[in-house]
Design a protein around this ligand. Structure first.
Ligand SMILES: [Zn+2]
Length: 194
């Protein structure tokens, strides 16, 4: 299987006895992630296995972690999200965009754009005598998804409060790095199309 070949050659960053949480703190110190693949960094500070992982971070902290890595690697950023082999493997990975042809809530007519450029449903109805606009998001295709939103949409939604400040994902740290790369690329794509 291609995935097995891919991961056999994967560089590993060892924690050297640190807990995942200590590793998160350690990596964010100056130069500690320099010239290290984001995927390897994200793999070294997680709990769990290949199909489900957990970080002792909330969404905001994960965003800061990824941005810290970007800061440490700004000179060679494009080469360091993933290994060269993984670039083609994850090429068709899609960000968790909403992209419908029409309103998902019903046979509603009319599309309006909000200030961020999202297409929303403009269907109007009367509720208790007041005019109500549906406003459901139909498509985000011409907008840039913020990193927090990407993380929030990818994470597993857990019931109860035990894991409130933890993030869980149904894939490994390399895949999370691939999503972060896609997030970063959407800015470049929109900038070049203007
Ligand atoms: Zn609607």
């Amino acid at each position: 299987m291609m995935q097995e070949i891919l991961y056999k050659e994967t560089p590993t960053l060892h924690r050297n006895g640190k807990s995942p949480k200590e590793q998160i703190t350690y990596l964010q110190k100056q130069h500690h992630m320099e010239d290290v693949y984001l995927g390897a960094c994200l793999e070294s500070c997680r709990w769990g296995g290949e199909i489900s992982i957990m970080y002792e971070m909330n969404t905001e902290e994960m965003k800061d972690f990824i941005q810290n890595w970007m800061q440490q690697n700004k000179k060679h950023l494009d080469m360091l999200w993933l290994t060269p082999r993984m670039h083609s493997f994850f090429e068709h990975l899609a960000l968790p965009y909403i992209n419908h042809d029409s309103c998902p809530l019903g046979e509603h007519e009319g599309i309006i754009k909000d200030h961020a450029g999202r297409e929303r449903c403009g269907y109007q109805s009367r509720k208790e005598g007041l005019l109500d606009v549906c406003y459901e998001v139909i498509s985000e295709k011409n907008t840039i998804l913020p990193l927090e939103m990407v993380i929030d949409r990818l994470k597993l939604k857990s019931k109860g409060s035990v894991y409130k400040d933890y993030l869980q994902f149904p894939f490994d740290g390399w895949t999370l790095a691939a999503y972060a790369k896609k997030w970063h690329e959407q800015g470049a794509l929109i900038r070049t199309s203007i």
